[in-house]
Design a protein around this ligand. Sequence first.
Ligand code: NAP
Length: 300
Amino acid sequence: MSAKILSGTETAKEIRAELKAAVEKMHTEHGVVPGLVTILVGEDPASQSYVSGKQKAAKELGFYSVQENLSADTCEKDLLDMVERYNRDERIHGILVQLPLPKHISESRVIMAIDPDKDVDGFHPVSVGRLLLGEEGFAPCTPSGIIELLKRSGANTSGAEAVVIGRSNIVGKPISMMLARKAEGGNATVTMCHTGTKDIAAHARRADILVVAAGRPGTVTADMVKPGAVVIDVGVNRIGIKPDGKAILAGDVDFDTVKEIASAITPVPGGVGPMTITMLMKNTFKSAQMKLEKEGHTNK
Ligand code: NAP
């Protein structure tokens, strides 16, 4: 039997429609719109395209949005000063500095400079700590998108064996933490695999939920998947160029064969990818909501 295809494109559309209504309600009731600034340093085409996707989504949702384009030779101090300005800007609820940054700028110093209450990317150590401790804050967008996809597809994570392949700070570690936490969309027993894992296939074959974020096409093949498993493919690999110049993308999972074994699977493209930007919007909305609550406004 062929697996159910978990469309991130469709789920993201659903969430954006809900968010749009919530933004209008916030504006009507409190006169506030969520504000997002995206800061791009340099002219890397992939980064430019990610940032323009984020700006487009913010505008469509009715956010107040600002795009800052800095030249590649911007010094670290100027970038830090800009972040500080937006930390103090009342109209801005979310600050996103597009990574990677040019080599002469310390990413960690820049991330540390962002007010954790505006850290909608969820990369600040305070955000990481809050996630670990189960406190209110911002979880990184890609893992949040995965949890949302799982929840909305009706996949049961509670009591499930979850296996994550990859241990990066932006995907593998946070998704492992989120799947394990005592919460809706979590409560799974999690194994985190990496290049030091002895027998990845043996671990993968035990998984009811298999999340693959290795960044290598063909990491998971059909013989590594338990019949009926839910497979989330985070990988985005450029495996060629189409005649129109666009990249041909593939995930980390051998989609055509695995879909015959899994009960549900995300495609690449159109799976986890579209969820990531949507969760950035959700975090920005949440930031505006948290600020209103702090100021004593209750949400109706
Ligand atoms: P990363 O920083 O390169 O980390 C990859 C992780 O996978 C590492 O922990 C590595 O182990 C592990 N790994 C690599 N090959 C492996 C193998 N053969 N067996 C077991 N473990 C292996 O990558 P990332 O930033 O997490 O991203 C992973 C993939 O997701 C990439 O394709 C990226 O483009 C994609 N991605 C997509 C989105 C989205 O929105 N759709 C967002 C972020 C990332 P070691 O730690 O031992 O090296």
